[in-house]
Design a protein around this ligand. Structure first.
Ligand code: UGA
Length: 447
């Protein structure tokens, strides 16, 4: 149960109501605080105020409604109103990749800080950055605050939530990282805000601004590297005749390696990993240590090759050119339990085959609306059966539970040729083969 807000409790402003900010605002209210969420997107504010989450995130809408009804949570388009009401201001705006380079575009972060200063940030206010930023950003922003709002403090506390598990990751994170300047009140105030989370046993790492910024990009770089490592092993398995799934499961018994993020397939996408490794490299170049992160361009290259290999496998399964061939694609989101299609490997594979002349039909349980808007030439369907109808090859591209549970015997009469390519290593090959299907997967031998 959330605690009842007291007059001495921090009053919280969350700037930016995308995946990160909307989840953060709702979870802060769930922890019992009075929260105002601010965004420049009027439609987003209207929908959130009406109890509607503008993206797919399991569990978030129920908590949004609960906290709106409890009167702890409001949304506004006015930063001035938020500065008037709150004393702790979380920056949760996006830091997309710049169009002209791999670096991060910081204009929204800068606009948030300028907006706070212009709105009359007070000397007792605390600004907490959560957006993913290149290292050095917090130091620069702290100087900007010192000049524009003397006394106001800056902390950097990166967020590690995963889409699809955003609520749980926010309320029960693996760790909290507080990047603070020496001698200030930020650590004490953050410990107050996260008191319940800390009491529940969440470890806290208190460090400086620079290290806090680095923790976030290093974590994502490590995860991306782990995925590309196993996809590189899949390439070797393909050449040597090994089986990457059996290899990964044997590696995972070593507790130092572990089993998570060793799922070979069509690679990583989404709004974070791809852009974060490029921004990290760009920043390392600026710092004169580009060599230290040169391996990240290989991580990126392995990831890009996973798509090419999946398309090549589809061509091979079709026995030649995809022109005028019928392909069924299961999945559009960059991962299950999300409607996010940013840098989605699933759509990249489907679109490449379409451009090569195939008639590709795509089904996804949540991402069709977003996908259709960006890929108007793909055909989208409202069920698995209509996506695979008449298909000469079926591609599993996002491992939704619904797809993992498919009965291959039930699906078989709907396709022209029972050939499945498992782009996520999510299906049981024995079950599909027993039902008469040819099963193919990246990094696995054809049996
Ligand atoms: C990622 C990080 O996991 C979060 O900790 C971080 O907070 C977040 O980015 C962020 O920076 O905001 P997310 O983008 O939600 O979270 O997605 P992940 O679960 O990391 O998956 C990323 C991609 O890797 C997906 O396309 C997924 O299909 C792929 N993946 C994941 C694999 O190909 N193989 C695996 O074994 C695991």
């Amino acid at each position: 149960m959330p605690s009842v807000s007291r007059s001495t409790d921090p009053r919280i402003n969350v700037i930016g109501t995308g995946y990160l900010g909307a989840t953060h605002a709702v979870c802060m209210a769930e922890l019992g605080f009075d929260v105002i969420g601010v965004d420049i997107d009027a439609d987003r504010i209207r929908r959130l105020s009406g109890g509607e989450v503008p993206f797919y995130e399991p569990g978030l809408e129920a908590l949004l409604r609960k906290n709106l009804e409890a009167g702890r949570l409001t949304f506004s388009g006015s930063l001035a109103e938020a500065v008037d009401q709150a004393d702790v201001h979380f920056i949760c705006v996006g830091t997309p990749q710049r169009h002209d380079s791999g670096a991060a575009d910081l204009r929204h972060v800068d606009a948030a800080v300028s907006g706070l200063i212009a709105a009359g940030l007070g000397p007792a206010d605390l600004v907490v950055g959560k957006s993913t930023v290149p290292t050095g950003t917090a130091t620069r922003l702290a100087a900007k605050l010192a000049a524009g709002a003397p006394g106001a403090e800056l902390a950097w506390s990166p967020e590690f939530l995963r889409e699809g598990f955003a609520v749980d990751d926010t309320l029960r994170p693996d760790r909290l990282v507080f990047g603070v300047a020496p001698g200030g009140t930020a650590e004490r105030r953050l410990r107050t805000i996260y008191a319940r989370t800390i009491d529940d046993g969440t470890p806290v790492v208190v460090t400086d601004h620079t290290t806090a910024e680095l923790v976030k990009v290093a974590a994502n770089a490590f995860l991306a590297t782990k995925i590309s490592f196993i996809n590189a092993m899949a390439e070797v398995c393909e050449a040597a005749g090994g089986d990457v799934v059996e290899l990964a499961s044997a590696l995972a018994h070593d507790a130092r390696i572990g089993h998570r993020f060793l799922q070979a397939g069509i690679g990583f996408g989404g709004g974070c990993l791809p852009k974060d490794i490029r921004a990290f490299q760009a920043r390392a170049d600026e710092l004169g240590v580009g060599r230290a992160l040169a391996f990240l361009s290989e991580v990126d290259a392995v990831n890009a090759r996973a798509l090419t290999r999946a398309v090549a496998l589809a061509r091979e399964a079709l026995g030649g050119s995809p022109t005028n061939r019928v392909v069924g694609a299961l999945g559009a989101a960059f991962k299950p339990n999300s409607d996010d299609i940013r840098d989605s490997p699933a759509l990249a594979v489907a679109e490449t085959l379409r451009r090569a002349g195939a008639h590709v039909s795509v089904y996804d349980p949540a991402a069709v609306v977003n996908a259709r808007a960006c890929y108007p030439n793909l055909r989208f369907t409202d069920s698995v059966v209509s996506a695979v109808a008449g298909a000469e090859v079926v591609l599993l591209l996002t491992e939704w539970h619904e797809f993992r549970e498919l009965d291959p015997a039930v699906l078989r009469p709907h396709v022209a040729r029972p050939v499945v390519i498992d782009g996520r290593g999510a299906l049981d090959p024995g079950r599909w083969r027993a039902a008469g299907w040819t099963y193919r997967a990246l990094g696995r031998p054809q049996r």
